[in-house]
Design a protein. Structure first.
Ligand code: F0G
Length: 352
């Protein structure tokens, strides 16, 4: 039967590749679009989760990375570099291995989740922890790529956006048309840019009858687009989107305004509450940053700003296993029992 071939093969005619492009792939894309029962009940809408944590390295970054690394290889690059809050670096490291390239990653010191650091390490990336935040890392990575023979694979590289736009194609292919609203977390703002591009292309070519309103959510301590100015010391427990000066700021504003959408912010408390709801009531374990989309949707619904009956897709961007600390934090230690069925049954409350 049919095996998903990776997004470059599945959407080749919509991507800037040719027969000469060496396709570097881990068969990314083709991720589940899961109907969300509890969120649908709460909003009176038909809500779906685009589960991007199901990608090979556990985040949506693989969509951009298959393109970026394939094009870098086509151009003869032997080394790639990126700045990252953790997921881009995990993805770059894995795809560089596939391509036989060296990867260098710059991460903010002490501010990336353990799972992501583990991925970069095990894939053999050269890792530097920078004494600064993500924005400082990106400035440094750009300078290094200008002065030295190393290709930049951050989302300021336009082929990253090309790869990531395929998530919008998959959603329309699955639903038969674009949703009414598409909700996603916003950090460096590459992904909202990419989805908007994908939806527009499908509408222009008649594969969708319309485009959705784009709803983006930043973390309230790292919300430069909402606050209207760069944040010098961004703060949030959602380290993936702890970004104070997004590279694709203007594109995010265009996506918001052209789609009739919005970009707003949610607190860490709202993010964690959506994170727990997704895991405990929908069965979908995401990392905290990913829950910002759902937190935003719930906040708007509670404020009466979501008309019932709409079709809504929330992208959940990364796998919960990336950052398990938040799952364990505050939870009681599981009880220890002897190897004894009665003792185990008593602890499980099966005896009364
Ligand atoms: N969610 C997750 C899990 C992310 O890793 C990121 C970005 C975002 C959302 C925001 O997406 O930047 O396109 O607006 N992570 C980047 C990284 C910055 O380095 O992994 P964006």
């Amino acid at each position: 039967t049919h095996q998903w071939r990776g997004l470059i093969e599945e959407y080749r005619d919509r991507l800037p590749v040719s027969a000469a492009t060496p396709v570097v792939t881990l068969l990314e894309g083709g991720t589940p679009l899961v109907p969300a029962q509890v969120l649908s009940e709460r909003t009176g809408c038909e809500v779906y989760l685009k589960v991007e944590g199901a990608n090979p390295t556990g985040s949506f970054k693989d969509r951009g990375m298959t393109m970026a690394i394939s094009k870098a290889k086509e151009d003869g690059a032997q080394a790639v570099i990126c700045a990252s809050t953790g997921n881009t670096s995990a993805s770059a490291a894995a795809y560089a291995v596939r391509a036989g390239m060296v990867s260098a990653v710059l991460v903010p010191q002490g501010k990336i989740a353990l799972g992501k650091m583990g991925q970069a390490l095990v894939h053999g990336a050269k890792i530097l922890q920078v004494d600064g935040n993500f924005d400082d890392c990106l400035t440094l990575a750009r300078e290094l790529s200008e002065k030295y023979p190393v290709a930049l694979v951050n989302s300021v590289n336009p082929v990253r956006i090309e790869g990531q736009k395929t998530a919008a194609f998959e959603i329309v292919d699955m639903l038969g048309d674009a949703p009414d609203i598409h909700v996603l977390p916003v950090g460096n703002a590459g992904n909202i840019t990419a989805y908007w591009k994908g939806y527009r292309e499908y509408a222009t070519d008649g594969l969708a009858s319309r485009t959705p309103r784009m709803w983006g959510f930043q973390a309230s301590g790292s919300a430069p687009i909402v606050d209207g100015a760069p944040v010098l010391k961004p703060q949030t427990i959602a380290t993936a989107i702890r970004i104070g000066n997004p590279a694709s700021w203007d594109f995010a504003l265009a996506a918001r305004d052209e789609s009739g959408g919005l970009i707003d912010k949610v607190t860490d408390r709202q993010i964690l509450s959506a994170y727990r709801l997704l895991a405990s009531q929908e069965g979908v374990f995401v990392e905290p940053a990913s829950a910002a989309s759902v937190a935003g949707l719930l906040a708007k619904a509670e404020a009466g700003l979501v008309d019932p009956g709409q079709r809504i897709v929330c992208t959940v961007t990364g796998n919960g296993l990336k950052d398990p600390d938040w799952a364990v934090a505050g939870a009681p230690q599981p009880r220890i029992v002897p190897i004894d069925p009665e003792a185990a049954a008593r602890q499980l409350g099966l005896l009364d």
